[in-house]
Design a protein around this ligand. Sequence first.
Ligand code: ZN
Length: 91
Amino acid sequence: MIKKVIPFIILVVVLIVGFNAYKSSVQEDFNDISHEEVNRIGESYTGIYHRPGCPKVQGDTVKAQRIEFENNKAAKDAGYAPCKRCKPDED
Ligand SMILES: [Zn+2]
């Protein structure tokens, strides 16, 4: 009788572990999204950094000239100035 129950218990354990792994991977996705929101994009040829949604950075900027920064401080430390249009240094 016990031997018949063991595979069922293993199945339940696997399901719980799998669900937790799935849950934490989904949570990481959410973290990535909020992380992207604080990202700043610098333009290497102008020395100005923007919010990702700024129309100036979405237009004619060549992708190779874009540098991603984690936050305002990282952009300023690299010598970039905030864009006057999207004002990335104001929240
Ligand atoms: Zn901008």
